[in-house]
Design a protein around this ligand. Structure first.
Ligand code: CMC
Length: 430
């Protein structure tokens, strides 16, 4: 962070304040308002953080106008094509791509933390038989902090490292158990000879009566979906994780908070909603009527639009290719929902309503079709997003904890309620 840029000048009540302007390596300069309240007795107002940089970070960069997403400087499409999820996880966590020996050690650490204590399975039994897997995930990840009290001291770098490994390794096992519990099937244990994605697919789809036969195209698609969801700068759930962690809360509790935030339909829940929307439209001839409903503001086009991207989401491009690969492999290229999605995208990209508002497909538009073809029910879509995003959440949480200037996050407000008034006894109230 360089601060040799000319300061911004703020004029308040005929007094001038010089505000330092900071320059990052990429992206807009930021005006540093940290001392403003102390000096000028004034707050800045930005309720949904549209113009606020909430932290300094070296992990992920997004240029929303150009549709660029970089992890530690590497473009997402290049990572999706050339890398794998665990390598991307290493990159996000430690800043550089691993050497062969670093990668082997990291993979081994993750692989040998995938099992859950047998007692942990009892948590699942407390949930209703048909509990939504996201509700189960939120509860059980939070419960990890009760289960591993030895790794919750956030001031100890060794404990931070072990909880990092535990979270990334156990997330697929817990996510698969949430799925199995929901489907009424017995849990399947992890296997150490399988890759991260392959192991997860097996834990989801094997049954005691029949083992899962790996398909390289589907394994690659799963891994790519994980890469595409691994991190995304200071989105709502990541900011939730950082904010929770700023109090010194343990990482399992912070990730559980992130999962809860991700569940909302405007965020990670959109993939489930996008597939439901495509099903509701059903056939290509019903698209114009549906689009009219969007313009009449009856509902939103799910899987479209983004707070930061005002161009095609670069993850959506890779996701679209992956959708085609999976559907071709499974002989489902005539899948009616894919036809509806492609036609809807074509119409929306040329329609003034969407063009004027710069609404483009986001990562969730094609992920539902792909995951559904792979055998996942919509209830699992956000769970898969959470599984992958755990890596980003943990990387961002570590960066926040390691920041020597860390203070508890404590926003202020523009108060518009009653001014001070005297208490009236109940018998005197009219
Ligand atoms: N369909 C129809 N109109 C939309 C949509 C949409 N999906 N998204 C935004 N708009 C319109 C909105 O009505 C508004 O129009 P106007 O200016 O005439 O009032 C304008 O575009 C700006 O909308 P906004 O609500 O101010 O935009 P935002 O930046 O606050 O919202 C968003 C971003 C992602 C919540 C929103 O685009 C949305 O609800 N999209 C659908 C849900 C979705 O797909 N979410 C996944 C995001 S990507 C995965 C992730 O990171 O979680």
């Amino acid at each position: 962070m360089v601060d040799d840029v000319a300061p911004a000048v703020l004029n308040v009540a005929e007094k001038c304040y010089d505000l330092p302007t900071l320059k990052g390596t990429l992206g807009p300069d930021v005006v540093d308002v940290r001392q403003l309240y102390g000096e000028a007795d004034i707050f800045t107002y930005d309720p949904s953080f549209g113009s606020t940089a909430s932290c300094e970070s070296k992990i992920t960069y997004i240029d929303g106008d150009k549709g660029i997403l970089l992890h530690r400087g590497y473009p997402i499409d290049e990572l999706a094509k050339k890398s794998n999820f665990l390598e991307v996880a290493y990159l996000l966590l430690y800043g550089d791509l691993p050497t062969a020996s670093e990668y082997a050690a990291f993979e081994c650490n993750i692989t040998y933390h995938t099992m859950l204590h047998a007692q942990f399975d009892r948590f699942f039994e407390g949930f209703r038989r048909d509990a939504h897997p996201m509700g189960v995930l939120t509860g059980t990840i939070g419960a990890l902090s009760a289960f591993y009290p030895d790794s919750i001291d956030v001031s100890d770098p060794k404990q931070r490292e072990i909880s990092t490994h535990r979270l990334i390794a156990k997330m697929p096992t817990i996510a698969a158990r949430a799925f199995k519990y929901w489907s009424g099937q017995p849990f399947i244990s992890p296997r150490n000879n399988l890759t991260y994605a392959e192991n997860f697919l097996r834990m989801c789809f094997a049954v005691p009566a029949e083992d899962y036969v790996s398909n390289p195209v589907l394994t690659r698609a799963m891994d790519r979906i994980f890469i595409l969801h691994a991190d995304h700068e200071q989105n709502a759930s990541t900011s939730t994780v950082r904010m929770s962690g700023s109090s010194g809360a343990n990482p399992f509790a912070c990730i559980a908070a992130g999962i809860a935030c991700l569940w909302g339909p405007a965020h990670g829940g959109a993939n489930e909603e996008a597939l439901n929307m495509l099903k509701e439209i059903g056939t290509v001839d019903r698209i114009p009527e549906y689009v009219q409903g969007v313009k009449d503001r009856k509902y939103r086009l799910m899987g479209f639009g983004h707070r930061v991207y005002k161009n095609y989401d670069p993850r959506a491009k890779v996701m679209q290719e992956t959708a085609h690969e999976v559907l071709d492999e499974l002989g489902k290229h005539d899948e009616p929902l894919l036809k509806v999605a492609m036609e809807l995208e074509k119409i929306a990209l040329h329609d003034d309503y969407f063009v004027e508002r710069k609404l483009y497909p986001n990562v969730d538009f094609y992920s539902g079709i792909t995951l559904s073809a792979m055998g996942f029910p919509p209830e699992m879509f956000t769970v898969l997003f959470a599984l992958a995003r755990t890596v980003g959440w943990v990387a961002q949480w570590r960066e926040m904890i390691e920041d020597p200037h860390r203070r508890i996050a404590r926003p202020r407000q523009l108060y518009t309620g009653e001014t001070q008034r005297a208490y009236t006894p109940i018998e005197e109230r009219g």
